[in-house]
Ligand binder design. Structure first.
Ligand code: MN
Length: 735
């Protein structure tokens, strides 16, 4: 190949000058000198390297630095780091060299970036494990994340020259991790571009089809937008606004996503574009000006009140501010109108970095708070073995849909959509989460699993006696709550396992079996468990009964099990349920929901069924039930009315009895779903527990339900027999 070195040199300088023009916030002499120095170091270090495209390698760091400056809006340190980001990884330059030349901060960031590249290079290891490591590195300095995103963006923009295999790997990684990260950091345009580029390589046909259709419909769209905007434009001018109106087309990726989610063709995606009105407005008038524009828009077009979104009064957690309205056009088409100021627009496009420019909304401390939270989750999760679970939990924290709820004092919290009272409790404080019994939402008592909605006012009710339980994991959606619950369960399990080990050790000694790891493992494997810890735990909770020890021999202290025998585990689930049943016999209805609250009877008045009673939420002891004639009642009711909840004994016919049902059938997709749907939706029966086992295409399920009487139970069983695939439904006696 013939390379014109002179021309290349010119091109490098041209690109470097482009970078300098883009560095809006590095205008001092010192800043410029530092950038120049970094450029020279990088140029020299990469001088013999070329990219896959055949171009000089230095094009890449210059481009990354330019993205960092121009599209993310970062300052000198980040630009210097971006220029140097591949030097330690790919050239002879060491971290020490960097530190000597550019100081500790720069070398620290470069170190983070180098670690990520090293992880990314291990091509054959499990991906999730790598992501975990990447995320751990990312949380060190937020600039590491931002530069890494810029690096990824440039690689995506130049992905054409890579092998197909590599393209797919990089594109799916981007979709999986970097786009959500960019989104969480408020880098909206980068996020969209990353998604579009990923789609281009993972689903080239779908991508091209949408691009073509967008092109074809462009002229019609432009005409529509012009016509639609005309009266608004005139009115805004008359009122003296400085503004721009743009028609913004949805990204290819989000159109594709909508088509897929709703199973509709391109033509039926009605919100392919939005109208954006950007006004110049001084900080103190931003909000009122935006609403004035809203008022002008709705003078011409009828708004849909259900689709008004005010992210100016309450910005999204990633910093996004805007006023969104959906209005009806004269042709009967719904059109989304986004109203915002120049500042809001820049923040929306560039994210947190743009906040720094405007030096307000303490964006930096918001970002810090987020990083602290992420770091906490990461550190906790890093101890767990299961990387995939970890990534899932982590990604929950990157999802865009969020709600905001308030404490009684009016403090606001952002939570992921679908978050429950229990999630909220963990967000207030870990200890509040651990002892959460329920909550009062807008003054009404609700169970811990209650899903919160935006605007709810939430007060958590705690009890010292309350402890995290296994099924809590089903009630939470936030990574924070999940990891805290898992941690608590693990500790609890370890405690119990100690007892189980002591029991087993006594048994072993009695049998003449040595207390060796090997012997523990023999038994662990026999019960198809993974670690001796699991074994000890199961012994402690009586799932494994040492009185029914499997057939064995002991040779010189070694435990040898007789082959071909089946492990028998005790089924204690149902015994537990019976115990609980004993407690709920004296059925008491508290608040709106009957089964989900623990309560104790107050000692001062000892209420019994039939008495008129009320519940009182104590600070440390959960809900106490008092008679209305209790000597303390007047004082409690008058001074602490807000802590009083309604309670009454139920009449006989409302008492629910616990019954067990066994179902066998063909193990096919959706059958469990159908069964639970019938139980909970169609017949409104409360389920106490459900377990399914499947073997060779046949499943066996045990369900414990609360029913009123045999008629109720028979009716339920009849319905279950009618489910396609169910072979047998029978009542379990003597559970
Ligand atoms: Mn790079």
């Amino acid at each position: 190949m013939n390379i014109d070195l002179e021309a290349e040199k010119k091109e490098i300088l041209r690109q470097y000058r482009g970078l300098l023009r883009a560095t809006k916030y590095s205008k001092s002499k010192e800043d410029k000198a530092l950038i120049r120095k970094a450029f020279n170091v990088a140029l020299e270090a990469h001088k013999d390297q070329r990219r896959k495209t055949g171009e000089p390698y230095i094009y890449h760091p210059i481009a990354v630095a330019r993205i960092v400056a121009e599209e993310i809006g970062l300052g000198t340190t980040a630009i210097v780091c971006a220029l140097l980001h591949d030097t330690v990884e790919d050239t002879d330059i060491t971290l020490d060299d960097i530190e000597k030349m550019f100081g500790q901060k720069v070398s620290q960031i470069i170190d983070g970036l180098t670690k990520i590249s090293e992880i990314e290079d291990i091509s054959n290891s499990i991906q999730a494990e790598n992501f975990k490591k990447i995320l751990l590195t990312l949380s060190e300095d937020v600039r590491v994340i931002l530069i890494k995103i810029a690096d990824r963006l440039h690689n995506m923009r130049t992905l054409d020259s890579m092998k197909r295999e590599k393209q797919l790997k990089i594109a799916s990684e981007t979709l999986f991790l970097y786009a959500p990260l960019a989104h969480r950091l408020g880098l909206h345009s980068i996020k969209s571009e990353l998604e579009d580029l990923s789609l281009k390589y993972t689903e080239p046909e779908a991508y091209n089809e949408i691009v073509q259709k967008l092109k074809k419909s462009q002229a019609v769209r432009t005409r529509f937008i012009n016509k639609f905007s005309l009266p608004i434009k005139k009115a805004l001018e008359e009122q003296g606004f400085k503004f721009t109106i743009k028609g913004r087309t949805k990204s290819v990726y989000s159109i594709w996503n909508k088509m897929k989610k709703k199973q509709i063709p391109f033509e039926e995606v009605y919100d392919v574009f939005a109208i954006r009105i950007i006004i110049d407005s001084p900080p103190e008038r931003e909000k009122s000006d935006c609403w004035r524009v809203y008022s002008i828009v709705t003078d011409f077009y009828q708004p849909n009140p259900d689709r008004l979104r005010d992210w100016i009064s309450i910005p999204k957690a990633n910093g996004y501010e805007s006023l969104h309205a959906t209005v009806m056009s004269p042709t009967g088409k719904w059109v989304e109108v986004q109203i915002r100021t120049t500042r809001m627009d820049e923040v929306a496009e560039k994210g947190f970095a743009a906040h720094w420019k405007y030096k307000e909304n303490n964006a930096e401390s918001q970002l810090d708070a987020w990083l602290v939270q992420i770091r906490e989750i990461l550190e906790q999760a890093a101890k767990d073995e299961n990387a995939i679970e970890f990534i899932d939990d982590f990604k929950l924290n990157l999802f865009d849909d969020e709600i905001f709820v308030f404490t009684p004092k009016g403090d606001m919290y952002n939570l992921a959509k679908g978050a429950t009272a229990l999630d909220f409790a963990f967000h207030i404080h870990t200890q509040v989460g651990y002892h959460c019994m329920g909550a009062k939402v807008n003054g009404k008592l609700v169970p811990i699993s209650h899903k919160l909605r935006s605007g709810d006012q939430v007060e958590i009710i705690t009890s010292k006696k309350q402890k995290p339980k296994e099924d809590w994991l089903k009630y939470v959606v936030t990574g924070r709550a999940k990891s805290k619950i898992k941690q608590a369960l693990k500790e609890h399990k370890k405690e119990l396992a100690k007892e189980g080990k002591a029991m087993l050790d006594r048994k072993f000694k009695h049998m003449g079996v040595h207390l060796t790891e090997e012997n523990y493992m023999t038994l662990t494997k026999f019960y198809k468990l993974t670690t001796p810890l699991d074994l000890f735990y199961q012994i402690a909770i009586s799932k494994i009964n040492l009185h029914h020890f499997p057939k064995h021999e002991v040779k010189l202290g070694k435990l040898i099990l007789v082959k071909e025998q089946k492990a028998v585990k005790e089924n204690n689930d149902f015994k537990d349920i019976l115990k609980i049943k004993g407690k709920t016999d004296d059925t008491l209805v508290i608040g709106e929901d009957m089964q989900k609250f623990d309560y104790t009877l107050a000692k001062c008045c000892n209420p019994i069924p039939g008495d008129e009673v009320f519940g009182f939420i104590t600070i440390n002891d959960g809900i106490k039930i008092h008679k209305t004639t209790c000597p303390n009642a007047v004082q409690l009711l008058s001074n602490y009315a807000y802590r009083v909840v309604k309670a009454r004994w139920t009449s006989q016919e409302q008492i629910a009895f616990l019954a067990g049902i066994k179902i066998t059938g063909l193990d096919k997709v959706g059958i469990v779903n159908e069964i639970t749907r019938i139980i909970s939706n169609e017949l409104n029966v409360n389920m106490r527990s459900i377990s399914f086992d499947s073997n060779d295409g046949i499943f066996e399920g045990k369900i414990m339900v609360f029913v009123h009487d045999t008629f109720h139970l028979d009716n339920l069983m009849k319905k279950l027999r009618n489910v396609e695939g169910v072979i047998q439904v029978m009542r379990i006696e003597n559970v």
